[in-house]
Design a protein around this ligand. Structure first.
Ligand SMILES: Nc1ncnc2c1ncn2[C@@H]1O[C@H](COP(=O)(O)OP(=O)(O)OP(=O)(O)O)[C@@H](O)[C@H]1O
Ligand SMILES: [Mg+2]
Length: 327
């Protein structure tokens, strides 16, 4: 699944309708009073979170969202119709930022939660509004006000509950491909994954749980090195992390430390997140070596270490049950 997590759009509310000038014309009433009605309000642009959307892909080509203008007032003091509001659906978890000031306008996290961004312009007054004792036949009216225009940036942080992290080539994409319906590209070279892959894994109760396969992180990722930097942001909202380590790497312990170091450097609570430490590709190492490495890794991480083989589908149910315990 392609995943676009940022989009800039312009939201234009409708202009208010103008008030009008008119006078009552009735038989046998020589000088009818002012009867020009007020203009209707312009439509507003409202953003609303929707469970059925998962990406901001729709906004790639839709750069401007415009709400309807209000109608002008009518004779007989009739008000013009209001412009219709435009409701724009965005995925749950979308943050909205004003581009000019950088200020966050809101964060839509729950289904159907909404936020009015660009407010429609007020309708103008018709001449009936200006009737007074001093002026029995006013000819004044006002024009409708312009609607607000906001240029905003939408940003979607993945709402995946489980993030799979690790060095390039550790087997993260392979893992998500065997536990979920995601079919990401898998290859024997680093940086195969360039954008996070999402996959839904069925829990015991039948509900889906979103996993994210994050592109490989490397030393210096937290300082902007490599491709991982942007993606450290995405894992901020996951509940737990599965830290995958390649058992056939030259030094799996060192690999573990590199990632821990990046989580620490990035800060923002990443190091406080619960992590499940997993050695992958265990079918490619002998049992004695595996025992030694697991033990050393347990001593280093002070955590239980799980061992799996995604390609042979070994150890996956133990891994998932550890995940479900923590969610
Ligand atoms: N359990 C396993 N046993 C043997 N080979 C494996 C295993 N898991 C993954 N691999 C192999 O390791 C290589 C890298 O796998 P994969 O593309 O899943 O890694 P990745 O962590 O997603 O890498 P990247 O960070 O570059 O996206 C592939 O050739 C894959 O077939
Ligand atoms: Mg990958």
């Amino acid at each position: 699944m392609q995943f676009i997590d940022q989009a800039n759009i312009i939201l234009k509310a409708g202009k208010g309708g103008n008030g009008i000038v008119s006078f009552r014309r009735e038989k046998f009433v020589p000088a009818g009073g002012p009867s020009g009605g007020n203009g209707g309000r312009g439509g507003s642009v409202i953003l609303m979170a929707d469970n059925n959307l998962q990406t901001l892909l729709d906004f790639k080509f839709k750069r401007e969202i415009i709400a309807e203008d209000g109608c002008k007032g009518g004779p007989n003091k009739r008000s013009g119709a209001s412009g219709e509001d435009t409701i724009l659906k965005v995925p749950c978890g979308t943050e909205i930022r004003d581009i000019k000031t950088g200020i966050i306008l809101g964060d839509l996290t729950k289904h159907k939660q909404s936020l009015t961004i660009a407010i429609g312009g007020r309708g103008g007054h018709g001449n009936a509004y200006y009737l007074s004792n001093q002026n029995r036949a006013p000819e004044s009216f006002t024009e409708g006000k312009d609607g607000e225009i906001w240029e905003v940036q939408l940003e979607l942080k993945l709402l995946a509950e489980v993030g799979i992290i690790g060095l390039p080539n550790a087997g993260k994409s392979t893992l998500i491909s065997v536990v979920s319906s995601a079919r990401p590209k898998i290859a024997n070279y680093p940086f195969t994954t360039l954008i996070p892959n999402l996959g839904v894994v069925r829990k015991i109760d039948g509900n889906g749980c979103l996993f994210a396969d994050i592109p490989g992180l490397i030393s210096g990722a937290a300082d902007g090195v490599g491709l991982g930097h942007d993606f450290l942001r995405h894992i901020q909202r996951t509940k737990i992390l599965v830290h995958l380590i390649d058992a056939i790497a030259e030094n799996p312990l060192h690999d573990f430390e590199i990632i821990e170091q990046e989580l620490k450097k990035y800060g923002k609570g990443l190091l406080d997140k619960e992590r499940i430490i997993v050695l992958n590709k265990i079918e490619l190492v002998d049992d004695d070596y595996l025992k030694i490495i697991s033990k050393k890794l347990e001593d280093l991480s002070k955590k239980k270490v799980l061992v799996i083989s995604s390609s042979l589908k070994k150890g996956l149910s133990s891994l998932l049950s550890e995940v479900w315990k923590r969610i």
